[in-house]
Design a protein around this ligand. Structure first.
Ligand SMILES: NC(=O)c1ccc[n+]([C@@H]2O[C@H](COP(=O)([O-])OP(=O)(O)OC[C@H]3O[C@@H](n4cnc5c(N)ncnc54)[C@H](OP(=O)(O)O)[C@@H]3O)[C@@H](O)[C@H]2O)c1
Length: 297
């Protein structure tokens, strides 16, 4: 049994990591505003205290500012959480301990997909640049693991209430009000449970270096909306495909599809289809109304 430290343990992915890894390991979860013992990882001294107290064999850094527009507006603040704790961990962890960084497809500009792990990174946003810098710090240490993931779907932490990509688009479908939906940016929604299974798989095999973890099916938000509308037994005629990129502060990659050939070759290829995950999320959401839920096949 190893001791595994998970930062961002009160977040979407961190919570799922803690739940799964706790079956076989001693897990120490660290959160901030939604955790009982709040730790501010923007303070290097607190990072060092956490490592001293937990004495982890493996430290997984999943805490981050993950809103690209926030990072674009606050680059220094973004680096304080997305980069600096990795520097502090890399320096303070004993050589035998392993560092695992959760990274993102936003390290690529999305102009020439699919992306293998060894492709040159060209982040087009502050968020992507902070994650690329964190990757460099992690990979400078022997045996570090960097796991790049795309848009996550799943059951968000309870403190956020029913939220996330699937429920956002479900509400747009059920709302019936005319609206535009992006039909340019291709996204690969991936179930949090599949990501944690892949991380566990890689840890069990002491995998090191960079691995991409992504569901294989990509589509634009508009296309995913049509799929959710079908699941809800509704039409989406009130939604108009928007064929020009929506202007936002941070540039998004048009299609940053992560090739998972390396992961498949290592022996992991278990990705749950979007429809199966969406059905579960819709069935659990309490705020969609009984009529909507009954229509889910
Ligand atoms: N979600 C996605 O679609 C997605 C896609 C690609 C990559 N990623 C990456 O996956 C990782 C996990 O993302 P997520 O979606 O789980 O993020 P999240 O739900 O936004 O969770 C962020 C976590 O960071 C913690 N945190 C925030 N400020 C902190 C601080 N100053 N000190 C310590 N902890 C702090 C939060 O704690 P409190 O809530 O307690 O304040 C929370 O536990 C991130 O590295 C992200 O970049 C996510």
């Amino acid at each position: 049994m190893s001791t595994i430290l998970v930062t961002g343990a009160s977040g979407f992915l961190g919570e799922a990591l803690v739940r799964r890894l706790a079956h076989a390991h001693r897990v120490v979860g660290a959160g901030f505003q939604h955790a009982r013992d709040a730790l501010d990882l923007r303070e290097p001294a607190q990072v060092r205290c956490l490592l001293d107290a937990a004495q982890p064999d493996v430290a997984i850094h999943a805490a981050a500012y993950r809103d690209p527009d926030f990072c674009e507006a606050h680059p220094e603040e973004a680096a304080r959480l997305n980069v600096e704790p990795v520097r502090a961990m890399a320096a303070a962890l004993p050589p035998a301990a392993r560092l695992v960084l959760v990274s993102t497809d936003y390290v690529f500009d999305g102009e020439a997909p699919p992306y293998r792990e060894d492709r040159e990174r060209r982040p087009a946003s502050v968020y992507g640049r902070t994650k690329a810098a964190a990757e460099d710090l992690a990979l400078a240490r022997a045996n570090s693991l960097v796991v790049r993931i795309p848009l996550l779907i799943g059951i968000e932490p309870a403190h956020r209430g029913p939220s996330g990509f699937v429920l956002q688009i479900a509400r747009q479908v059920l709302d019936g009000k005319p609206a535009e939906a992006d039909d340019v940016l291709v996204r690969f929604p991936t179930w949090t449970e599949d990501v944690v299974a892949a991380v566990e798989f890689l840890l069990e095999r002491s995998a090191a270096g960079v691995f991409h973890v992504s569901a294989p099916r990509g589509a634009t938000r508009y296309r995913w909306t049509l799929e959710v509308a079908r699941l809800l037994g509704r039409n989406a005629d009130h939604l108009v495909p928007l064929r020009a990129p929506v202007p936002r502060p941070a540039r998004r990659p048009v299609n940053s599809q992560l090739s998972t050939e390396k992961l498949r070759f290592a022996g992991f290829d278990r990705f749950t289809d979007f429809a199966a995950v969406a059905r579960q999320i819709l069935a659990r959401a309490s705020d969609l109304g009984d009529g909507a839920l009954q229509r889910i096949p």
